[in-house]
Design a protein around this ligand. Structure first.
Ligand SMILES: C[S@@+](CC[C@H](N)C(=O)[O-])C[C@H]1O[C@@H](n2cnc3c(N)ncnc32)[C@H](O)[C@@H]1O
Length: 920
C-alpha cells in the first residue's frame, strides 16, 4: 500500500462508528496487513499480548482498547508490559474511542489527540507499513491527506468527463485543479473573506444531486476573473460577488468546469474541510504530481524530495555565500542594503522543475535572509524586493508546471504572513501578478536564453497570462541588469538503454556535433551541456543532482572534456549518496551533486559522507570529473599492469554451438570411462556459476590428445559439431577456428592452473567484489577474468574496499551492475610499492577470507555476500584485509571512499606523469 492508500483507509476507519472489539484489527489492516495475518492475530495464535483485550503484533505494534477515561493509564501499561519489549514492538497505542494516545518506542515521540483526529497523525505510523519516513513527512500528514482527496476527486471527474482526459483537454483539467487548490488555500487563509467561503458557497448554492455544481463553480471563477467595477455589467450573481478579484492569469480564459457526479461533489466538499493553511508547497507539489499521471498514480504521495537534499544543492550553489555576507554585514546598514539589492537581482532557474520544489525552497530561504536584513535595518514591514519572476522553470508535464506556479504563489503569501504579518500579506496579495515564469516545454529543445536572457540585454517579451503559456513560446517580462543567475534542479536520469526515441534525439541534437559516442550518455547530461552552453553568453553557476554514472566509467571521457572545453569547471560536488524518497521501492538511487561554473575562483568544495555517515566538507584546489580532489585526469586503458600486480586476462570463449559444454546429467549420458572423464572433462565456471555455486562441465582437450578425441566414439561427433558450427560462421576468425574443433575458440589457459577469478559483471549491491580462488583444473569462461597461478596477495587487493572504489569510479556500471575491466580497472589500479612483508601479510588476509568462506560450506558467494546477511566472521576477515591494505597505503584506515579515491588518483597521477592524458 502507498501512503495515500493508507491515509484513505485510516480516514475511513475514523469516520465509522467506533467498534472497540474490531478496532485493533481494522487499524492494522489499514496499514496494509494481509487478511491471513489479521486472521492469525484474531485467533490468538500470533497475538503475543499480555494485556486484557490487547493485540500485539511482533516487531510492530502493541495496541489496546480500554474503558472510557483510562487511555493514559493503558498506554502506561503497554509501555511497561514485558511482552512489548520481548516482541520488539515499535509502537504502542491505546484508545477508548474518545481519546487516542500512542508512542513511537524507538524515537520516544508521542501522539495524543481526540479519537476522530488520529488520521491527522497517520504519518507518525507509516513505519508500520514498512515505509521509512523522514521527519518532514511525519509532519506533512496534511500534504498526503490533501493529495489523497484531490486524487479521488480527479479520478471521479475524469471518469465522468472522459473528454477532459484527452490530450486536447488535459490542460483544462489541470488548470481547473490548480484553481480549486488555490480556492481551498484562499478560503482557509482569509484571502477570501469569511470562513470556508468557497466550499460553503458550493455546498449551499449547488443542488444536492450535483446537477448544477459545475455552473456554481464556474460563476465563482468568473467573479474572480472580473474586476469589482466590471461585475455588474458582466452580470456576476450577487452570491458570487463576495469573492475577490484574483486573476493573475489563474482565472482568466474559459471558466468552464467539468460536470460533477454526486460522488465528485461530496469529494469536493470533503477536500474543502481540510485545513489548507497547513499546506507545505515544497512537499505538496511533489506529492500531488502523480495525480495527473496514469503511470505514476500507483506511487501517489510517495515521491518526495527532502528539503535537506535540496539544500545540498542550493546551499553551496549560492545560499551559503549569501549567509556569509549577511554574517559579515553585521548591523552595517549600507552593507545590509547592498546585500538586499544583490538578493533582489538573483535569478534561480530550474530547467526540469517538476512542481517547483527547488524554486520554492530557494525562494523561502532568500526571503528568510531578506527578513533578517530588514530586521537588522529596522524595516520589518517593508515589502519584499524579491520578485517571484526571478524564479523560473521549465517543466515538460503540464500539471506539475501548473502546480509549480501555484506553489510559488502560496510560498510568497506564506512568507509575507510570516515576516510581515497577516494584514500586510493580505493587503498586497491580490490581484496576482500576471507575469509568466514557469514554461511548460522540453528543456532540451528550448533556448534557455529565452527564459533567462543574459544579464543586461533587456530582452522583453510580454506575457498576458500567467497560467496558459503556449507550449513553444516562453513569455518573459524581465530584465536582469547586473544580476546573478543560478541554474539548479534534479533533471531526469535515464541510462542510454532506457531512453525513448525522442529523448535520444534530444541528446543527439545537443551532442552529435561534438562527439561520436554521445549514444552512451545518460539523459541528464543534456542539462549539464546546456548549462555550460548557456554560460557562453553570460556568467552562470549551475548545480544538478544526477545519477553518479556520469562521473564514472565510460561516460567520463565522453562528457567532461566537452564541459571543460566551454570554460566551465567543477566548483563543488557531493560524492555518491542515496537519494531516497518515500517510495520504499525507490530507496536506492545513488546520486551525486555536481556544481559547475565559469566564474573562476580558486576554492572548490567537496562534500561527502564518512563511512560512519557524518557529513564531511573539504576545500580543495580542483575537483576532477570523477569528483575527486586532484588533477583533471581521465583514466585510460592500459594493456599491461602499471604496477607489480599479476597479469589478468579474460577466461576462455568456447564458440562451440553447445558441443563442448555439458551438464552433469549429460556426462552420465555420455557413459565415458573414468579415465576418459579425468582426461577430457573439466568443471567450467562462468560468472553465474561462480557466484551462485552452479556446476557445469566442459570437454577440454589438450592439443596432444586431439587425434584420440577425434576418433573417440562419443567425443568425435561433438567435435564434428563444433567444426560445422564454426565453418558456417559469418566471421572469418571463427571459420579459422574450425581447424581446431577440440579447442575452445579463444583458449586462454592451459587447464592446470590455480585461478584467481573475477566475474566480469556482478551486482552493485554487494559491499565487496565477489572474487575467489578456483582449484587446479577448473576452466573459466570469458564471463570471468582470471589471474592464472598468480600469488594470492593479488586476491587480497581484488576483494578490498579500495579496489571496489576504483572499479566503481573507473569502470562504472552496466545498468545497475559492476562492469569489471582488466585493462581499465586492474592494470591501472594504483598501489604503493609492496615489500615482501606486505605481500606476506596480504597473502595471509586472503587465506583467512577463503578459510572463513569454506567454514560456511555449502553457502555460495551470493549467500555469503548478501549485504543483509553477510556472516560476521567473513565481514571481520574483510575488515582485517582492508585494515592491512589501507595501512600500506597511508598508515591508517581511510576516512571514506572520497579519501580512498583521492589517494588512488594521487598515485595514478604519479604513475602516469609522463604519459597521462590531461583534459583541457
Ligand atoms: C526527477 S524530476 C524532479 C522534479 C522536482 N525537482 C522534484 O524533486 O520532484 C524531473 C522532472 O523533469 C521533468 N522532465 C523530464 N524530461 C524533461 C524535459 N525534456 N524537459 C523538461 N522537463 C523534463 C519531469 O517531468 C520531472 O518533473
Amino acid at each position: 500500500m502507498n501512503a495515500v492508500e493508507i491515509e484513505e483507509a485510516i480516514s475511513n476507519l475514523a469516520e465509522q462508528d467506533f467498534d472497540s472489539e474490531n478496532f485493533p484489527y481494522a487499524f492494522l489492516e489499514a496499514f496494509g496487513n494481509k487478511a491471513t495475518t489479521i486472521k492469525r492475530l484474531r485467533s490468538g495464535s500470533s497475538n503475543g499480548s499480555d494485556i486484557d483485550g490487547g493485540v500485539l503484533q511482533r516487531n510492530n505494534l502493541h495496541i489496546s482498547v480500554c474503558p472510557e477515561g483510562s487511555v493514559s493509564q493503558t498506554l502506561g501499561q503497554l509501555k511497561a508490559s514485558p511482552a512489548t519489549s520481548k516482541a520488539k514492538a515499535k509502537f504502542i497505542l491505546a484508545t477508548d474511542g474518545k481519546a487516542f494516545e500512542a508512542e513511537d518506542l524507538i524515537s520516544g515521540e508521542t501522539v495524543a489527540c481526540d479519537y476522530k483526529d488520529f488520521p491527522n497523525h497517520f504519518g507518525f505510523f507509516l513505519p508500520l507499513a514498512g515505509i521509512t519516513t523522514v521527519k518532514q513527512i511525519r509532519e506533512s500528514s496534511f500534504d498526503i491527506r490533501a493529495t489523497s482527496r484531490l486524487n479521488k476527486l480527479y479520478v471521479e471527474l475524469l471518469r465522468n468527463n472522459p473528454d477532459w482526459g484527452t490530450s486536447e483537454r488535459r490542460h483544462d483539467m489541470n488548470h481547473f485543479m490548480a484553481r480549486l487548490i488555490f480556492c481551498f488555500f484562499a478560503e482557509d487563509t482569509d484571502i477570501f473573506i469569511g470562513d470556508n467561503s468557497f466550499t460553503s458557497t458550493i455546498d449551499q448554492m449547488s443542488e444536492r444531486d450535483s446537477s448544477n455544481t459545475h455552473e456554481i463553480i464556474s460563476e465563482v471563477f468568473s467573479s474572480m476573473n472580473t474586476k469589482p467595477t466590471d461585475r455588474k455589467s458582466a452580470g456576476i450573481r450577487s452570491w458570487a460577488d463576495g469573492f475577490p478579484y484574483v486573476n493573475g492569469g489563474l482565472f482568466s480564459g474559459s471558466t468552464e468546469v467539468p460536470r460533477f457526479t454526486k460522488i465528485a461533489r461530496s469529494y469536493l466538499l470533503h477536500v474543502g474541510t481540510l485545513d489548507w493553511k497547513q499546506i507545505n508547497p515544497d512537499i505538496f507539489g511533489s506529492m500531488i504530481q502523480a495525480v495527473a499521471d496514469d503511470e505514476e498514480r500507483g506511487a501517489l504521495g510517495m515521491h518526495y524530495t527532502s528539503v535537506p537534499n535540496i539544500l545540498k544543492v542550493l546551499n553551496p550553489l549560492f545560499l551559503d555565500d549569501l549567509r556569509e555576507q549577511l554574517e559579515q554585514a553585521g548591523d552595517n546598514p549600507r552593507k545590509l542594503l547592498n546585500l538586499r539589492k544583490r538578493i533582489s537581482n538573483i535569478r534561480v532557474f530550474d530547467p526540469a522543475c517538476g512542481s517547483g520544489n527547488f524554486l520554492v525552497i530557494a525562494y523561502k530561504q532568500m526571503r528568510e535572509i531578506e527578513a533578517e536584513i530588514n530586521n537588522r535595518r529596522d524595516e520589518r514591514d517593508r515589502p519584499t524586493e524579491i520578485p517571484l519572476t526571478n524564479f523560473r522553470g521549465i517543466e515538460l508535464r503540464d500539471f506539475p508546471a501548473e502546480v509549480a506556479r501555484l506553489a510559488l504563489i502560496i510560498a510568497e503569501y506564506q512568507c509575507d504572513l510570516l515576516y510581515r504579518g497577516q494584514k500586510l500579506a493580505l493587503a498586497e496579495f491580490l490581484p496576482l501578478d500576471s507575469e509568466n515564469w514557469i514554461t511548460c516545454a522540453n528543456a532540451l529543445q528550448l533556448d534557455w536564453l529565452s527564459i533567462c536572457p543574459s544579464t543586461g540585454t533587456g530582452v522583453k517579451l510580454l506575457g498576458d497570462d500567467l497560467f496558459s503559456t503556449p507550449l513553444d513560446q516562453a513569455e518573459i517580462d524581465f530584465e536582469n541588469e547586473g544580476g546573478e543567475t543560478y541554474i539548479c534542479g534534479n533533471p531526469p536520469y535515464l541510462g542510454s538503454t532506457w531512453q525513448s526515441k525522442e529523448q535520444k534525439s534530444d541528446l543527439e541534437a545537443i551532442f552529435k556535433h561534438r562527439t561520436k559516442t554521445w549514444k552512451s550518455l545518460d539523459y541528464v547530461t543534456g542539462w549539464f551541456m546546456k548549462a555550460a552552453d548557456y554560460g557562453k553568453h553570460t556568467e552562470a553557476t549551475s548545480a544538478f543532482v544526477s545519477t553518479n554514472s556520469i562521473c564514472q566509467g565510460q561516460q567520463v571521457p565522453i562528457l567532461w572534456p566537452l564541459i571543460f572545453s566551454t570554460g566551465y569547471e567543477i566548483t563543488f560536488a557531493h560524492t555518491s549518496f542515496k537519494w531516497s524518497n518515500l517510495a520504499s521501492y525507490n530507496a536506492g538511487v545513488t546520486v551525486v551533486i555536481v556544481g559547475i561554473s565559469n566564474k573562476g575562483g580558486k576554492v572548490r568544495r567537496l562534500y561527502s559522507n564518512s563511512d560512519q555517515g557524518e557529513a564531511i566538507e573539504i576545500k580543495v584546489d580542483n575537483i576532477n570529473a570523477y569528483l575527486v580532489a586532484g588533477e583533471n585526469i581521465i583514466v585510460t586503458k592500459s594493456l599491461k599492469p602499471m604496477t607489480s600486480v599479476s597479469e589478468m586476462t579474460f577466461g576462455s570463449k568456447p564458440v562451440d554451438g553447445g558441443n563442448l559444454l555439458l551438464k552433469k546429467s549429460e556426462i552420465d549420458q555420455l557413459k565415458l570411462s573414468t579415465s576418459d572423464i579425468s582426461r577430457f572433462i573439466r568443471p567450467i565456471v562462468g560468472s553465474e556459476e561462480f557466484i551462485s555455486g552452479k556446476l557445469r562441465y566442459c570437454i577440454w582437450i589438450k592439443d596432444e590428445d586431439a587425434e584420440v578425441a577425434q576418433n573417440h566414439p562419443v567425443l568425435g561427433p561433438r567435435l564434428d559439431g563444433v567444426r560445422i558450427m564454426r565453418s558456417n560462421s559469418t566471421k572469418a576468425a571463427t571459420r579459422t577456428g574450425a581447424e581446431w574443433p577440440h579447442r575452445f575458440d579463444e583458449r586462454r589457459q592451459v587447464g592446470n592452473e590455480k585461478t584467481i577469478v573475477v566475474p566480469a559483471v556482478s551486482s552493485e549491491n554487494r559491499e565487496f567484489l565477489p572474487c575467489g580462488l578456483l582449484p587446479v583444473g577448473n576452466i573459466i569462461t570469458n564471463r570471468n577474468f582470471g589471474i592464472f597461478d598468480g600469488p594470492l596477495w593479488n586476491l587480497a587487493l581484488l576483494v578490498s574496499r579500495i579496489h571496489w572504489v576504483w572499479i566503481d569510479a573507473i569502470c562504472g556500471k552496466l545498468e545497475m551492475r559492476f562492469n569489471y575491466s582488466n585493462t581499465l580497472g586492474w592494470n591501472t589500479f594504483p598501489i604503493p610499492k609492496l615489500t615482501e612483508k606486505n605481500k606476506e601479510d596480504l597473502t595471509r588476509c586472503a587465506e583467512d577470507i577463503l578459510l572463513v568462506r569454506e567454514g560456511h560450506f555449502p553457502a555460495t558467494i551470493a549467500d555469503l555476500y548478501d549485504p543483509d546477511n553477510m556472516p560476521d566472521d567473513l565481514r571481520h576477515a574483510h575488515e582485517r584485509n582492508d585494515e592491512v591494505l589501507e595501512r600500506i597505503y597511508i598508515g591508517r584506515r581511510f576516512k571514506n571512499d572520497t579519501e580512498r579515491l583521492e589517494k588512488l588518483f594521487d598515485l595514478y597521477t604519479k604513475m602516469t606523469t609522463k604519459s597521462n592524458k590531461k583534459v583541457s
